[in-house]
Design a protein around this ligand. Structure first.
Ligand code: GRG
Length: 301
């Protein structure tokens, strides 16, 4: 599979849908077949991975790699980060966490299968992400190592899992704005940032560029989470394909509960603007990324 998607001259929606189709095909191609024994675990992994979703993280990997002129396959890195994201959703939906029964418009993994299978499917996707990276980029060990370091760090106890732990701890009392920012920087922004960074690593971008990209990711991630909080308060189950109002039910502190809807929208707009400004300062063709950031601010799903 070539990773050099030629996007010149296409409008934003066409490019977005091209990227989404590429991700769907890569997931099908790169995950173990459902018939692999034991079939139940591979069926569960594929069930959650193939349930759709916006595919934002893999698209950010591929679009960043393309902006910086990557010459190697981007699909394995794109699928690896979607494996991590999907594992986090499967585990987040478990009764021990958010106890959700609907995700991406379908029954959650533990509802479709059972709790033990859902725990194992999440574990298997987490492990598979690194298996995939180590094998797909084995002809360039320094690059493979950088990708693995970046993704494992973002997924670990100081970022994704740490953010989730703090989120659970903060359910008991109203979180302060600092605590809320810590949660969202780690639970949400860390993986979105890493998506951009993986793309830059694939293109062998400089450390200086990667530092700038991390700032874009943090702003994009905070904007994305604030919009998520707004959608949880104002959206519909039909549009979002998941249970809504869950934050209020769980008495969770969100940007909306802490600052109100109007201020939350303003904060999302400020982070979006900052992310776009930082993008424009990269001396690369970043028009798709900039349009994607705008699109995400206005999303309804
Ligand atoms: C490590 C168990 C564990 C959890 C980590 C990611 C996470 C914390 C929990 C998932 C639930 C949640 C609300 C996370 C915040 C990030 C977020 C908004 C995820 C949803 O991402 P989308 O909207 O989902 O990109 P789709 O379905 O489109 O891929």
């Amino acid at each position: 599979m070539s990773s050099e998607i030629t996007n010149h001259g296409k409008d934003f929606k066409t490019k977005l849908s091209d990227y989404q189709n590429t991700v769907e095909k890569a997931i099908d191609h790169l995950l173990p077949a459902a018939a692999t024994k034991p079939t139940r675990i591979h069926e569960a992994m594929r069930y959650s991975m193939e349930a759709g979703g916006k595919r934002l993280r893999p698209i950010l990997v591929m679009a960043t790699a393309e902006s910086f002129g990557a010459k190697i396959e981007t699909e394995p890195a794109a699928v690896a980060i979607e494996c991590i994201h999907t594992y986090s959703l499967i585990h987040d939906d478990l009764p021990a966490m958010d106890n959700g029964d609907l995700r991406r418009g379908m029954p959650t993994c533990h509802k479709q299968f059972d709790e033990a299978t859902a725990v194992l499917a999440g574990d298997a996707l987490l492990t598979y992400a690194f298996d995939l990276l180590s094998k797909a980029y084995s002809d360039n060990p320094p690059l493979a190592l950088k990708l693995i370091q970046e993704l494992s760090s973002a997924s670990g106890s100081e970022h994704l899992i740490g953010g989730q732990m703090q989120d659970i701890l903060s359910e008991k009392t109203e979180a302060t704005s600092e605590e809320l920012e810590f949660i969202h920087l780690n639970k949400t922004a860390a993986l979105l940032t890493t998506a951009l960074v993986l793309g830059a690593i694939l293109a062998e971008a400089s450390d200086e560029t990667i530092t700038r990209i991390r700032q874009i990711g943090q702003n994009l991630g905070l904007a994305f989470q604030i919009i998520d909080d707004i959608l949880d308060a104002t959206g519909t189950t039909e549009n979002l394909g998941k249970n809504i109002g869950s934050d209020a039910t769980a008495h969770k502190t969100t940007y909306v509960s802490l600052f109100g809807l109007k201020a939350a929208r303003e904060k999302a707009a400020a982070h979006t603007l900052e992310a776009k400004k930082l993008c424009q300062r990269l001396t690369r063709q970043t028009s798709f990324l900039t349009e994607l950031i705008t699109y995400l601010e206005n999303r309804i799903t």
